[in-house]
Design a protein around this ligand. Structure first.
Ligand code: TXA
Ligand code: MG
Length: 330
């Protein structure tokens, strides 16, 4: 069983020591909890894939404590640098060319010549600074399941498989980071996330290119079905069917909501920020009601709504098919 520790100086040092020994530690970040390992230690990184049951071709995000650490591992172009200066520490990951002499273990980038880097807010940065090396950390959840946004959720899912969990309460943002790659003159958003596209565009004064998520070439290993609860998901619902649980949004309810087995409202006041924070937790809570389907009211696509809808669409996708398989049968 994992040791669960609250945040203080001792816990930070204990976590850094565990990580230095090649153990896995679940750490809080402002987006979601991460399942962290020393990114320079191949055995430790392999342990992440094992614990998550994650396919090996899916590259991991590397977390740094400061810009100097990022520069040790990646070549940073001027636009990426502007984004780093504006949004780090924060929910933005940049895919950058890996320096040839970087001692990041190749398993982290799954053999690619690029590396996804981010500087998280909060205690994670202190742990990385204490360790002196970057941390590879995907979301702390079994592959394909809902991302962990609290220490309890992580403990229930992965507690038996990892050494330690640091508990800093519920994640502030509640959605994974936005992933961006600067490619010549274009700025591609590879994954919508906790930083809205509009905020990035306000700084770059350039519309972000969107990746066809179904093609999944830029972000290899992105599964169509992801973040999946056990229940089925029905999106954009205006009328609730008998026996469904309802994931609501905003002040007005869908027709037939009184028939719902359970109702949780992502944000009574229609705040996308609040909805992002609640999303994964509420999906889990409705899932354990045992209803066969979670009906979801419409959620606007602007701001953080893009990432929220992305996660909902993945949660609603057929469970056993990868993106590549879906492309083939189309
Ligand atoms: O908020 C977050 O980003 C969380 C917290 C823990 O920091 N981390 C997270 O990491 O979501 P992970 O490993 O679950 O997400 C990795 C995503 C995958 O979709 C992967 O395909 C993409 O990043 N990725 C990683 N390295 C890449 C690369 N070199 N090129 C393109 N995509 C990459
Ligand atoms: Mg994940």
């Amino acid at each position: 069983m994992a040791t669960v520790l609250g945040i203080d100086e001792r816990a930070i040092l204990a976590a850094a020591e565990m990580l230095a020994r090649g153990e896995l530690v679940a750490i809080p970040t402002e987006t979601v909890y991460g399942l962290a390992a020393d990114a320079t230690n191949g055995n430790a990184v392999a342990g992440i894939f094992e614990a998550k049951g994650r396919p090996h071709f899916n590259p991991l995000i590397c977390h740094v404590s400061d810009i100097a650490m990022a520069e040790r591992y990646a070549k940073i172009d001027p636009v990426s640098r502007l984004l780093i200066d504006t949004f780090w520490p924060g929910p933005l990951t940049l895919v950058l060319p890996l320096k040839p002499d970087a001692d990041i273990h190749p398993l982290v980038a799954a053999g690619l010549d690029t590396i996804a880097l981010r500087m998280p807010r909060g205690v994670a940065g202190k742990i990385i600074a204490a360790l002196g090396r970057p941390l590879a950390a995907p979301s702390a959840n079994t592959s394909g399941k809902i991302s962990g946004t609290s220490a309890i959720a992580v403990d229930q899912d992965l507690g038996a498989k990892i050494a330690m969990i640091l508990d800093a309460g519920p994640s502030e943002v509640g959605l994974e980071s936005t992933i961006v790659k600067v490619d010549g003159d274009t700025i591609l958003m590879l994954r919508p996330g906790g930083l809205a596209a509009e905020e990035i565009e306000a700084v770059t004064r350039q519309t972000l290119g969107r990746v066809d998520q179904r093609a999944a070439i830029q972000a290899p290993g992105m599964m169509a079905s992801h973040y999946a609860p056990s229940a089925g998901m029905r999106l954009n619902v205006h009328e609730v069917r008998a026996g469904e649980a309802l994931l609501a949004f905003g002040p007005e309810r869908a027709v037939g909501h009184a028939n719902a087995v359970a109702i949780l409202n992502l944000s009574e006041i229609g705040s996308l920020h609040e909805a992002a924070t609640n999303l994964f937790d509420f999906m889990k809570r409705l899932d354990i009601t045992g209803s066969s389907t979670i009906a979801v009211e419409p959620i606007p696509f602007n701001g953080l709504g893009e990432a929220i809808n992305d996660r909902l669409i993945r949660a609603a996708a057929p469970r056993s098919l990868s993106v590549a398989e879906m492309e083939q049968i189309k």
